[in-house]
Design a protein. Structure first.
Length: 321
């Protein structure tokens, strides 16, 4: 049998894309009402589902949590055996079920109503039992699943996931959720570091700061460069003003040009156009400057005064590169 993986993939993506386009056209005031209710929610936003819809509900809850909303996921089957105890009347429950007839969900609807929480749903049919029992229903009706047998949830789950993202981003924007807010809920990993880690947190300063006087001879300055082990010297005058830098690359050029390192002052061979960054800048900004200028070390400044250096290697060790 001829393998047509690429053809199959394009067909799947085309069908799912069409499903999302249709979803865009179907959005109405119910979507606005859902978003307004979620913004005003005094409790938690709880997503609930089972099976494939449960997986989507779990992801939607994770997105809501990461963007400033208090949210968690409840598996409908587990809710039958105790997890309903985590739901209060101040909460809003969003039920996900493509068929709208999931028995596990139907079995707990009476209990949810007894609790008194608001019930919203995302289903494939507004005529389903779950849709009719909900205060507000958002439909993700799709013409066809990407599965060639029109059975496996594919287009429908993609549409539900996209709708969940749309809800999360809509209330995020209305709340004015900023990148700083985002960083507070993502302190770990590369993403958190990009949003939180500052240059001053990982720079080499004080006893590690490799300084040189412009009148020093190259030979004598090499002792400092070797001791600090950073491959750079920051050249400053008596008032601590930045004059330039001398790097191991500058040293190689001196050797190639037969420059006498014992009688030549460092000011004669240093690079005067040194690149700098402020200690309060985010560390990942240093990576951009380095890449744009093809350098691997920056002089760190504070109030226009050099106080340290930061290298590409430091960014790599911090997990930013």
């Amino acid at each position: 049998m001829k393998k047509e993986f690429l053809k199959s993939a394009k067909r799947t993506l085309s069908i799912e894309s069409e499903g999302i386009r249709n979803l865009i056209e179907s959005l109405d005031s119910d979507f606005i009402n859902v978003c307004e209710a979620l913004l005003d929610c005094q409790g938690r936003i709880i997503t609930l589902g089972v099976g494939k819809s449960g997986h989507i509900a779990n992801k939607i809850s994770a997105t809501l949590s990461s963007t400033g909303a208090s949210s968690f996921f409840v598996n409908a089957a587990e809710a039958l055996h105790g997890d309903l105890g985590s739901i209060t009347k101040e909460d809003i429950v969003i039920i996900l079920s493509h068929s709208g007839e999931s028995q596990e969900v139907l079995d707990i609807l009476p209990s949810l109503k007894d609790i008194g929480c608001e019930l919203f749903s995302i289903t494939g049919s507004k005529n389903s039992k779950i849709a009719k029992e909900s205060k507000i229903n958002l439909s993700t009706d799709v013409k066809i699943e990407a599965c060639p047998n029109n059975l496996a949830p594919t287009t429908s789950t993609t549409a539900s996931l996209a709708l969940g993202d749309a809800i999360a981003i809509a209330i995020l924007e209305e709340r004015g959720f900023s990148s700083d807010d985002f960083a507070k809920s993502h302190p770990g990993g590369k993403l958190g570091k990009r949003l939180l880690l500052k240059v001053g947190d990982i720079m080499h300063a004080e006893s590690e700061f490799p300084l040189a006087n412009p009148n020093d001879f190259i030979f004598n300055s090499l002792i400092t460069m070797t001791e600090k082990g950073l491959g750079i010297l920051v050249v400053v005058d008596d008032s601590n003003a930045l004059l330039g830098v001398f790097t191991d690359g500058d040293l190689r050029r001196c050797i190639n040009q037969d420059i006498d390192i014992k009688s030549t002052k460092i000011s004669e061979v240093m690079s005067k156009s040194s690149k700098t960054i402020d200690r309060e800048d985010l560390a990942y900004e240093a990576e951009k400057i380095m890449e744009n200028n093809n350098v691997y070390t920056l002089v760190v400044m504070e109030n226009n005064t050099p106080i340290g250096v930061i290298r590409m290697h430091d960014l790599m060790q911090a997990g930013l590169v």
